[in-house]
Design a protein around this ligand. Structure first.
Ligand code: 26Q
Length: 824
């Protein structure tokens, strides 16, 4: 049945084709006849952009007139991926654009593939921001995202002949970016370094000198689905300002000023490629401050136009901090209110603490941001003073409640004493916010019970809450899995599930119907074949689409335990080798798919990649193994690659040590596309298993409350690996024999397990194998039941729509309401 969004009007098609041709001849300055695929893509994107700008303008004027409370989402990473397909789907114009490009002699799919990913993020946190802005637009919330326009996004990952990760730059702006609008007129001055002079008899100070630069705005419009509302991501680019630092210039310090100006050009050059690992570099702090100061100036300019008293600021704006990366914005608001707006310190603090909310994404100690005081003082001297004052007042309150508890004061201080001293950004974020949240139930509980325990006692339980992460069903089902989307829409009789994912539940009973199972299964097979073709083409590996496709696709990190997976694969390989030809017939075929980048400086994570690639080389070419086992490492994982991988997976591998993965979001994407969860009791896996039903999942491993004890035993009463896990010891022997490259190359990796085994790889190895065995039995024994479970899983994922997450934030934290642009 033709549904509204799919109706194609022939006049519309001709109209769109005309705009595309017009963009070729005008914007691209080419002959209409001289259109290659790249030009066709660019002109098509520009034609879509026209539509977005129209909506962007309507949304902006509507919201300006209505002056509602607005939400600003501050994220230093925006992992958007491609925009063309997503935009035409959200606009409800995909069929129109398909027909229009056909008219012009192009296959729309080919045009889509010309687009480069906007990869201004590392992984989960950056992609979460992208999903949330999609949901904010779709829910018609008055909200913008703020971030940085890096000239280079996350590096391109390549593999050397020996399986080592190589990094190349990602010059994504080399081709013009049709999705951004440069706002060269929207630019704010940003100061670094310099001197602070107190102003007598006041809280004020004058910060001057140092180095000034400009932050220039670039906007990316984000269309909502089935609404005219269009949100915006405003990204800042650093630019030298002419005549900056006149002081040093006039003092004859010409060289120093020129030097400073080249420093400016660097600030927004490149995204830091660490994920879940803090790195205390000056340039990073410069990025954070430039972004926060420019965004805040922009927001306050908008607020001042309302001509309201500053005390009403919290009624009109809320700023959500995506992790601690923007925490400096708290001190920046204080500075502006006190130094520039003549507000007393106490009044400024009252206002400030009603504006901010903070989302934490990790409990891993190595990921918690803390800045050396000396570095901070050099770059942002006034902010450090303000932070000292915040800390002083805060500790006074703590001391009042817990007299003579110096340990507590030391534990809670925003300044970590010692040599050197540090500013603890998470503590500043908690003290300066009215709400703090974790990103899944377990994670939020852990925050409150462990790293933020003192702050719960001080601030009260209500200061802390949970908002479980979500993913946008538009990109992660409608766009990446059009066949399954069509089946869902057809079976539900409407597209309403795209804005109300809870409706998917209504399809659960269909899991009992053979016909539906068959349709579902065929779609999965098609998606698997599509992936197999890509892998054959790109990597020359032939896959068996009848095998279990098990995907572990995420950043490479010890806590995520790609090790557990690759060691289990080697175990499986050895079992196959041992088996007689008759026994081999009973073995279920698997394809293990890995993808993910390692931080360039993360030696162990890079070794894991090397091991995976080299295991693949041996296993994939072993005649004894044949179709029973394939191991694929797909290089340069990205949003657009995820869109091909995820719909093709049968098994979702989510095997972090319990208590380490804050939430995970690939677990949600894979489940939504019908992959069964093979996972530990960690992060959002727990809630996925609850909603899908434990029967649908393969859960295993030590629980969070056992991990501390086991860890302690591992390091203080270490038993030989042979005793902890004889199977794993055999795997290690095989690796050490040189089966996957020269003996010795993996020693430092194996050592992490031989010795403390901080992430419990050896402890969980046996139960991981047992869980895989259950998968084998189901795959080989009852394929109908498998499909049934896949359907139930997929249709139980309504809670994991980012629309639900964003609505939770809007209701529970932001206090903002939908402001939908009227249809006419
Ligand atoms: C900090 C300081 C200096 C340089 C880099 C960083 C930095 C950069 C990125 C620190 C952390 C990150 C990224 C963290 C991240 O992606 N965390 C993931 O967030 C997801 C969304 O909430 C969760 O699903 C994942 O569990 C969590 O690991």
């Amino acid at each position: 049945t033709a549904l509204k969004a799919n109706d194609v009007d022939e006049d519309d098609v001709q109209g769109v084709a005309n705009t595309i041709v017009r963009h070729v001849t005008t914007s691209l300055a080419r002959q209409a006849g001289n259109m290659d695929t790249i030009a066709a893509y660019q002109a098509t994107a520009l034609s879509v952009r026209d539509q977005l700008i129209k909506r962007w303008n309507e949304t902006t004027s509507y919201h300006t007139a209505r002056a509602p409370k607005r939400i600003y989402y501050f994220s230093i990473e925006w992992l958007i991926g491609r925009s063309l397909d997503n935009a035409v789907l959200n606009l409800g114009m995909k069929n129109t654009y398909e027909d229009a490009s056909r008219k012009l002699g192009f296959n729309f799919e080919d045009l889509l593939n010309e687009e480069r990913d906007a990869a201004l993020g590392n992984g989960g946190l950056g992609r979460l921001a992208a999903c949330y802005i999609d949901s904010m637009a779709t829910l018609s919330l008055p909200g913008w995202g703020y971030g940085l326009r890096y000239n280079y996004g996350i590096f391109k990952q390549m593999l050397s002949k020996t399986g080592e990760q190589l990094e190349a730059p990602d010059p994504w702006l080399d081709r013009e970016n049709p999705w951004e609008i440069a706002r060269l007129d929207v630019a704010y001055p940003i100061r670094f370094y310099g001197n602070v002079e107190p102003v007598a008899n006041s809280d004020k100070a004058v910060w001057s000198g140092g180095m000034e630069c400009l932050a220039v705005a670039y906007d990316t419009p984000i269309p909502g689905y089935a609404t005219k509302n269009c949100a915006n991501i405003r990204l800042w680019s650093a630019k030298p300002v002419q005549g900056f630092d006149l002081n040093s210039f006039n003092a004859g310090n010409y060289e120093a000023s020129v030097h400073a100006s080249s420093e400016v050009g660097n600030i927004t050059q490149v995204l830091y490629p660490n994920d879940n690992m803090y790195q205390g570099k000056l340039l990073r702090l410069q990025q954070q401050y430039l972004w926060c100061s420019a965004s805040l100036q922009d927001i306050l300019r908008r607020f001042t136009k309302l001509e309201l008293p500053w005390t009403q600021l919290p009624d009109y704006i809320c700023i959500q901090m995506n992790d601690t990366h923007p925490t400096i914005v708290i001190a920046e608001l204080m500075r502006i209110l006190i130094d520039e707006e003549d507000i007393s310190y106490d009044q400024a603090w009252k206002i400030t603490t009603k504006v901010f909310a903070y989302t934490n994404h990790t409990v891993l100690p190595e990921a918690l941001e803390k800045w050396e005081v000396s570095l901070f003082e050099k770059l942002l001297p006034r902010h450090l003073q303000i932070i000292y004052r915040i800390n002083h007042d805060f500790l006074q309150q703590v001391a009042k409640r817990w007299p003579n508890d110096n340990d507590r004061l030391a534990r809670m201080s925003i300044i970590e004493e010692g040599t050197p001293k540090y500013v603890r950004m998470a503590y500043l974020a908690i003290v300066g916010s009215f709400k703090v949240n974790g990103v899944a139930e377990l994670h939020s509980q852990l925050l409150q019970a462990t790293i933020f325990k003192d702050f719960v006692e001080f601030k009260g339980r209500d200061h802390f809450t949970n908002v479980t992460n979500g993913i946008t069903p538009r990109r992660w089902l409608l766009q990446c899995n059009p066949e399954l989307s069509a089946l869902i829409t057809h079976s539900l009789g409407s597209e309403a599930w795209l804005t109300n994912a809870q409706l998917l539940k209504n399809l659960i009973p269909m899991a009992e119907q053979k016909e539906f199972r068959k349709a579902f299964d065929i779609i999965k097979q098609n998606n698997k074949r599509r992936l197999a073709e890509v892998i054959e083409q790109e990597l020359g590996i032939t896959l068996n689409p009848r095998s279990v496709f098990a995907a572990q696709i995420k950043r490479m990190h010890e806590y995520k335990r790609q090790t557990l997976n690759i060691f289990a694969i080697i175990h499986r390989y050895l079992e196959i080798k041992k088996a007689s030809p008759a026994d081999r017939k009973k073995i279920q075929p698997w394809t293990f798919i890995f993808a993910g980048k390692a931080a360039p400086g993360y030696y162990i994570a890079k070794l894991v990649i090397r091991l995976i690639v080299n295991v693949g080389k041996i296993v994939n070419n072993d005649q004894d193994v044949g179709d029973l086992l394939k191991v694929v490492f797909i290089p340069d994982y990205s949003v657009s690659i995820a869109e091909v991988l995820i719909p093709a997976a049968d098994i979702s591998v989510q095997i972090s040590t319990a208590g380490t993965e804050a939430s995970g979001t690939s677990n949600m994407k894979l489940a939504l596309n019908g992959a069964l969860l093979l996972g530990t009791v960690d992060g959002a896996n727990i809630e996925i298993a609850e909603d899908a039903g434990e029967d649908q999942c393969f859960m295993f491993g030590y629980l969070n409350d056992q991990v501390q004890q086991v860890r302690y035993n591992n390091s203080y009463n270490p038993t030989p690996l042979e005793q902890r896990s004889p199977e794993l010891a055999a795997v290690f022997k095989h690796i050490e024999s040189g089966a996957f490259g020269d003996a010795g190359i993996y020693d430092s990796l194996l050592k992490t397990v031989y010795e403390h085994d901080y992430y419990l790889v050896s402890n969980d190895f046996g139960s991981y194998l047992a869980a895989q065995k259950l998968v084998d039995e189901l795959w080989g024994g009852d394929p109908e039941e498998w499909t049934r479970k896949a359907i139930i899983t997929s249709c139980s994922m309504g809670d994991f729509s980012s629309d639900r997450s964003v609505q939770d934030y809007a209701d529970g934290i932001w206090g903002v309401e939908s402001e939908r642009v009227p249809d006419n």
